[in-house]
Ligand binder design. Structure first.
Ligand SMILES: [Zn+2]
Length: 715
């Protein structure tokens, strides 16, 4: 419901570098998913990635190295041997990995999902608790009830969407299309051919800046149009099934559907050739590549055909003094393709994407069919209860309202104070760590410490909230439906965006994109803040009565991890104020990159499945660096206590990463996610720490051994 466009920009900016895949922003795909949601990996267009299609057929089994991928359900059996010195994760989590069943409708189980279940129970009560009063509670409770009201949704069916599909169907030529794209109808209901969004200015992050984004792709990753993986195959199949079903509902026959999908694909293939791939978006030079400042005049000059300026004007955003065109090549190509002879292709794209955008907002039968198609992509069987699905939708659509009502009801100031103190302690340890990095020059080290000391600590919930008064929709008693509510909320968000043009960001109202009820945490490079939000403060991560070792292993490591994102290959490019600017000496930065390369090189030797494919180390470098540095930071704190129980610490850390997932989702994590699989987040991280070797007497020949000179800690 909030503009899906938000999702694409977050890729580039990577403004939220979250703790876990479940909560991460890095879902490259889902351009056509009906609702927003930066958080949920594995949606329709994401999913998984098996071996490259070209490798199909030569399925000779190979060894997984250096450990078996114990996170994939069914890998660990009674006959699997588990030894602490060879595979620490397997030995500590053995029973869990062997016995844990993945719940209905879910792709994986983790400590964060267990914690999320507890929070969700509270949230579900909140959704129907009529003792909670106020505008925010009213909004979330009504939308929740609307989602679940199948009778009403069934009676509405396609009837509210169809008039808007008919507008697209009636477009006859390019002039019609241009008018449509920049009309109120087009921006309210249409899927659009490009995006425009306000985010912090990369180089002056206190201010909002307008970012022009390229065309959302059905297959997410532009590489999929050149070199199809099984991930792409599966996503394409799901996309075609979804679109086919909806086109049929819109009255098209089989032949017409085939033609429409062909035309849509033909356009996507052409435009994909100039859109950055997922790997390119995650590369350290991505920021530099997207940083293309333009004026309105330049946009007009670059794109006389494709009406990028008119569309942005219709959105009310063109008055922005700051405009960044993320991919100039995309705009040039878009302009080249935007001509009469391609009209049918462009129209097909618009038609298909508009239908798929709203598909899951329709009646029950359609919803269930589409959800099943989506689930198959991730190997999910069964379905979660409707209440949970409704809750997820509401949390994404009304993030701030949900966060606000939840924090006021369930999170006390004591927790916030305790966690703030732990964060300060961690920052202290990090200072010690940075000060001892002898590969950095004095100059860079000083700047790094300055950046560390300037980190804003956001714990649990903010004192100030973004205004939600502007959010409203017609409730059912006044004739509203779930479909119209979604449209009205979209419009409200557009109005709120308009007000942000040429204004400063209110950093105190820091709860924005991620619902505070999410079992997750993140570092925001654009304001140099770590955000340890309410949803992560429970379960295996934090309980007030935990031992010190357990607190460090749980929430402490999470905090250390997030601080490390300020100094990973992405975060390191932003200064203490959140601006994209170089504060390193060239020599130090080169040394930093060389260290990151060594880490990538090691990951590339890992084989996570028996297909023999190597782990794409480039994708996970930032997260792997953060894991290792986070634990190192905790071990600095450990040194201050004479009686520190290292065994308890290492075990508690390992337990907090226990996880089983479907094979398909495992493949998705390996090939698309920026977080390594959990067995690696444990084993690779621990084998970098000298204290681990001492605690368990690890020696050459053990699976958990790594020669000192081969170790890959960047920090
Ligand atoms: Zn992270």
């Amino acid at each position: 419901m909030r503009s899906k466009k938000k999702r694409a920009v977050s890729l580039f900016l990577a403004s939220v570098l979250a703790l876990s895949a479940a909560g991460c922003s890095q879902t490259a795909q889902g351009a056509q998913t009906s609702e927003n949601g930066r958080m949920e990996a594995g949606t329709q267009a994401s999913g998984n990635g098996e071996a490259k299609a070209s490798d199909k057929g030569k399925s000779a089994k190979k060894e997984m190295t250096p450990w078996i991928n114990s996170n994939v359900a069914g890998t660990v059996t009674e006959s699997t041997k588990a030894d602490l010195k060879d595979d620490f994760n397997l030995a500590v989590n053995y029973d869990y990995l062997k016995d844990k069943k993945i719940g209905e409708g879910r792709k994986r189980e983790t400590c964060t999902s267990e914690l999320q279940d507890i929070t969700n129970e509270q949230l579900l009560k909140m959704m129907t608790d009529d003792t909670i009063k106020g505008h925010d509670a009213e909004l979330i409770q009504e939308l929740y009830a609307m989602w679940l009201d199948w009778d009403k949704r069934n009676s509405v069916g396609m009837s509210e969407l169809m008039p808007h599909i008919e507008v697209i169907q009636k477009l006859e030529n390019l002039a019609d299309l241009t008018e449509y794209l920049s009309s109120e109808e087009g921006i309210s209901y249409g899927a659009g051919l490009s995006g425009a969004i306000l985010m912090p200015d990369l180089e002056d992050a206190q201010w909002y800046c307008l970012y022009i984004e390229g065309t959302p792709l059905s297959l997410g990753d532009s590489d999929e149009y050149e070199k199809r993986t099984s991930l792409g195959e599966r996503n394409l199949k799901a996309h075609r099934e979804t679109a086919g079903l909806l086109l049929k509902m819109a009255g098209y026959g089989e032949k017409e559907i085939e033609k429409l999908l062909e035309q849509e694909y033909a356009f996507e293939k052409e435009i994909a050739s100039v859109i950055m791939s997922t790997a390119e978006q995650q590369a350290p030079d991505a920021m530099q590549r997207i940083l293309n400042r333009v004026t309105v005049e330049q946009l007009e000059e670059m794109s006389p055909n494709y009406p990028v300026v008119k569309i942005t004007e219709a959105l009310g955003l063109i008055g922005s003094d700051r405009i960044i065109l993320q991919e100039p090549e995309w705009l040039l190509k878009m302009n080249e393709l935007y001509k009469e002879e391609n009209f049918e292709k462009l129209k097909s794209y618009l038609l298909v994407h508009t239908l798929t955008r709203y598909g899951k907002n329709l009646d029950e039968e359609t919803f269930r069919k589409l959800k099943k198609i989506e689930n198959e992509v991730s190997g999910i069987t069964g379905s979660e209860p409707d209440e949970k699905l409704a809750l997820d939708t509401v949390s994404k659509a009304l993030t701030i309202s949900v966060s606000k009502v939840y924090s006021q009801k369930y999170v006390g100031p004591e927790v916030r104070e305790d966690v703030t103190n732990i964060i300060k302690e961690c920052i202290g340890a990090y200072r010690t760590m940075l000060s001892s990095e002898d590969w950095l020059s004095e100059e860079t080290r000083k700047k790094a410490v300055e950046k560390l000391d300037n980190i804003t600590v956001n714990a649990a919930y903010p004192d100030k909230w973004q205004d939600t008064k502007g959010l409203q929709f017609t409730p059912r008693k006044d004739g509203g439906s779930y479909f119209t509510a979604c449209i009205e909320l979209n419009k409200c968000n557009r109005e709120l965006d308009k007000k942000k043009v040429n204004t400063k960001i209110d950093r105190e109202a820091w709860a924005n994109d991620m619902a505070l009820t999410t079992a997750n945490a993140y570092y925001n490079p654009l304001d140099n803040s770590i955000n340890i939000i309410a949803g992560i403060l429970g379960g295996a991560f934090y309980r007030p009565d935990m031992t010190y070792e357990e607190k460090l292993a749980g929430i402490g490591s999470v905090i250390g991890h997030e601080i490390s994102h300020a100094f990973d290959p992405n975060g390191a490019q932003f200064d203490k104020d959140g601006n994209f600017s170089k504060w390193w000496t060239d020599e130090d930065y080169a040394a930093f990159e060389a260290r990151a390369q060594k880490l990538i090189g090691y990951y590339n030797t890992i084989v996570p499945f028996e297909d023999g494919e190597n782990y794409p180390g480039e994708n996970v470098q930032g997260e792997a660096i953060a894991d290792i540095a986070g634990v190192k930071c905790m071990l600095i704190l450990a040194k201050e206590r004479a009686d520190f129980d290292y065994d308890l610490f290492f075990r508690a850390y390992t337990i907090s990463w226990r996880s089983v997932c479907t094979r398909e989702y495992g493949e998705y994590i390996v090939y698309q996610d920026v977080h390594p699989m959990n067995y690696l987040r444990v084993n690779v991280t621990l084998k970098q720490q000298p204290e681990f070797y001492e605690t368990y007497g690890i020696e050459e020949g053990d699976g958990m051994y790594m020669a000192k000179e081969d170790r890959i800690s960047v920090w």
